[in-house]
Design a protein around this ligand. Structure first.
Ligand code: SF4
Length: 309
């Protein structure tokens, strides 16, 4: 978020954003008009066509960054070869592209095969964010996380709680958690920032920056809050977050200390550490650590040095 009242970067994902290419183009053009940048994520259903359909091509040209989503299930619908062909064309035309890849874990042979294929085919020009599948979306019905024992809980700030996301119903949440967005879990009151029918960006931004619970999530993370303030620590990080307002004493304790100088000091220090850690640290936290460095592919030496600074 910028210091003035405009978003800095808008991500359009799905579902499948490219089913509405005119809307994607209009949002991208408006964003550019107000000085913001845009990024669209697509499952590439159109890659099997002989040529990129013209409306989709215009939408891709209008955004600042285009990312293709790939996993073993996607590949059964849209072959790798077709995705690579489109990415090759976009790269050669100067479009900024990347891949978001999901697999079963660090040892999934699908991931090593695909990563090697991308690196060889595109000569390390395409950055990749590689993450593990979670029991969300289509994987909700078949993927179960192994039971984890609970080690002593330390602060694990949630850097995603700084990323307001608009859902299909217009609700804006403090992060893009898929189960929250899809309504698979009751909306946690502490994550709801408003609705675009009635709230403009200035209001959403103000709530995101000032909400004591959202600030606390960004500073110490959900498990630390639950463990120390009486909430339930569940099997997962986000699962623990969803239940934090279940006991009203948790948000009220957070609100009570929100404006203490030591709370503010801790927030500022955490923000600095998180920002300075850079994109590889982000990819290590939210993706598969072994592949975290791949987010830097395609950058110049100078750009890479800035990311590690
Ligand atoms: S911990 Fe909470 S705020 Fe962070 S990503 Fe998960 S659900 Fe969103």
């Amino acid at each position: 978020m910028t210091t003035d009242n405009r978003p800095e970067f808008l991500l359009m994902s799905g579902g499948e954003a490219m089913l509405h290419p005119q809307l994607v183009r209009r949002i991208a053009e408006h964003a550019r008009h107000i000085g913001a940048r845009t990024y669209v994520l697509s499952g590439m259903f159109f890659a099997k066509s002989r040529r990129i359909p013209s409306a989709i091509r215009s939408a891709i040209l209008a955004v600042d960054h285009f990312s293709a989503s790939m996993d073993v299930f996607h590949e059964q619908e849209v072959p790798r070869k077709a995705v690579f062909k489109v990415l090759r064309q976009l790269l050669d035309e100067g479009t900024d592209v990347s891949l978001q890849i999901v697999g079963l874990g660090p040892d999934d042979p699908y991931l090593s095969d695909l990563v090697n294929d991308v690196r060889t085919t595109f000569d390390d020009r395409v950055p990749m964010f590689v993450a593990g599948v979670a029991p969300q979306g289509r994987a909700r019905d078949w993927f179960t996380r192994e039971q984890q024992t609970h080690p002593p809980v330390q602060q694990t700030p949630c850097s995603l709680a700084a990323w307001p996301v608009v859902g299909f119903d217009g609700n804006v949440t403090a992060c893009g958690n898929q189960d929250v967005m899809d309504g698979n879990v009751p909306m946690p009151p502490h994550l709801l920032l408003g609705n675009i029918l009635v709230d403009d960006w200035a209001i959403i931004k103000e709530r995101c920056l000032s909400s004591p619970m959202v600030r606390a999530l960004r500073t110490v993370g959900p498990q630390y809050l639950a463990r120390n303030l009486g909430g339930r620590v569940c099997s997962g990080y986000c699962e623990t977050c969803w239940l934090l307002s279940e006991d009203p004493s948790v948000p009220s304790q957070v609100a009570r200390v929100a404006d203490e100088p030591r709370t503010r000091a801790l927030e500022v220090a955490t923000e600095l550490v998180t920002a300075e850690a850079g994109p590889v640290a982000f990819a290590r936290q939210w993706g598969i650590a072994r592949y975290a460095e791949l987010v830097l592919l395609g950058l110049s030496e100078q750009e890479r040095a800035r990311c590690h600074a």
